[in-house]
Design a protein around this ligand. Structure first.
Ligand SMILES: *Cc1c(COP(=O)(O)O)cnc(C)c1O
Length: 356
């Protein structure tokens, strides 16, 4: 049996309904972010059934995949466009994220060639220091230059937080985004369709009651899939946090010491692990590894404890496990973001869809 991810699309829908309502109540629409599951078609369909209007992904391959598999929704490429992929961006994405007028010009020319209108979300950097304009003069000069382009349409201003710099969204920095957006609106004499205030960490700001007026969009992945308040690193009460369960096969069970024997240097994947001496323990090996998952998972079996993993072996302490684990048994793990993301890009993992 290959390791498998059990995906509960009903639980994802349940979370989506809660998030959409919370956002709509404060005048915010939501783009559901699909990159964590490589735009899995069943999950995309579930999101649309929940009432999501926009699907956003950072990979043009995923956006093309959605288009070619009948996902009928407005699709956003939420990554700064690389000049070399402009033809595919115009072909598959309705909107893309941009911070450079020369790339926007390429998008404009290509849109005219393809007989389309391509929407532009300009990015503004509030201090997290990844993508986006940093000077209002540069931003407004781009806005002015765009007035002459008829293949592209300025649709929104967006920002990213909690990414490179780990800068948190706050009422203060998102108020600044709204101010910068109104400078653009004054320049063009037209309201922007979207003022996009970030990702799941900005959803936390709504929960705190601190979302400023004027933010009209969020791009949410994590909170949909894990029911987490990502800023606080806590589960949101009442939401589902077991939508993605990994199932793997036990290939070895042996009693061995808890601390390695011999002179120690680097272990697999450049790690320098440390060990706590807990005497002899019963250890199970599951045939899945860091090529396919990460260790942000929790065993479903009570008493089981993840010890570590190399590329192809996951080690679990099953000494206190309520079940007597044997070779050939299956063990399940509730995955968080990084584990789930890798499981979807690994070609060694199967998918199973569960509705209940
Ligand atoms: C991934 C991503 C998001 C969504 O982040 P979550 O933490 O999953 O909500 C939003 N915006 C951009 C630009 C992203 O790359």
């Amino acid at each position: 049996m290959r390791a498998t991810v059990n995906i509960n699309t009903d639980k994802i829908k349940y979370n989506a309904a809660i998030i959409l309502k919370t956002c709509h109540d404060v005048g915010i629409d939501v783009a559901a972010v699909t990159k964590m599951h490589s735009a899995d078609i069943n999950i995309c369909s579930a999101l649309l059934e929940s009432g999501v209007k926009y699907l956003a992904d950072s990979r043009i391959e995923n956006i093309a995949y959605m288009s070619e598999n009948g996902i009928d929704a407005e699709k956003w490429l939420m990554r700064i466009v690389a000049p070399s992929i402009v033809p595919d961006v115009v072909k598959y994405a309705d909107m893309s994220f941009n911070s450079d007028i020369s790339t926007i010009r390429l998008l404009n020319d290509e849109a005219n060639r393809q007989g389309k209108k391509h929407k532009i979300m300009l990015m503004w950097d509030l201090g997290d220091l990844r993508e986006g304009y940093f000077e209002t003069a540069h931003l407004l000069s781009c806005v002015r230059d765009m007035k002459d382009l008829d293949g592209v349409e300025l649709s929104g201003l967006g920002t990213n937080l909690s990414c490179y710099g780990g800068v948190k969204p706050t009422r203060t920095n998102l108020t600044r985004l709204v101010e910068v957006a109104s400078m653009i609106e004054n320049e063009t004499g037209r309201k922007l369709d979207h003022i996009s205030g970030g990702n799941s960490t900005s959803y936390s700001l709504i929960l705190e009651g601190n979302m400023p007026e004027g933010i009209t969009n969020l791009r949410i992945g994590d909170s949909f899939y894990f029911g987490r308040d990502v800023k606080k690193r806590e589960y949101i009460p009442g939401m589902k946090n077991d939508c993605f369960i990994l199932e793997g096969e036990v290939v070895e069970v042996k009693i061995k010491p808890s601390v390695p024997i011999g002179e120690r240097g680097y272990a697999a994947l450049n790690s320098l692990p440390e060990f706590e001496d807990r005497g002899m323990i019963k250890r199970a090996i599951i045939s899945v590894g860091k090529q396919d998952i990460d260790l942000d998972m929790t065993p479903i079996d009570e008493g089981a404890l993840i010890l570590g993993a190399s590329s192809d072996h996951l080690l679990v302490d099953v000494t206190d496990c309520t079940r007597d684990i044997k070779v050939g048994d299956k063990m399940q793990f509730n995955m968080l973001y990084t584990a789930t993301m890798r499981s979807f890009t690994s070609k060694y993992i199967d998918k199973r869809y569960i509705n209940e």
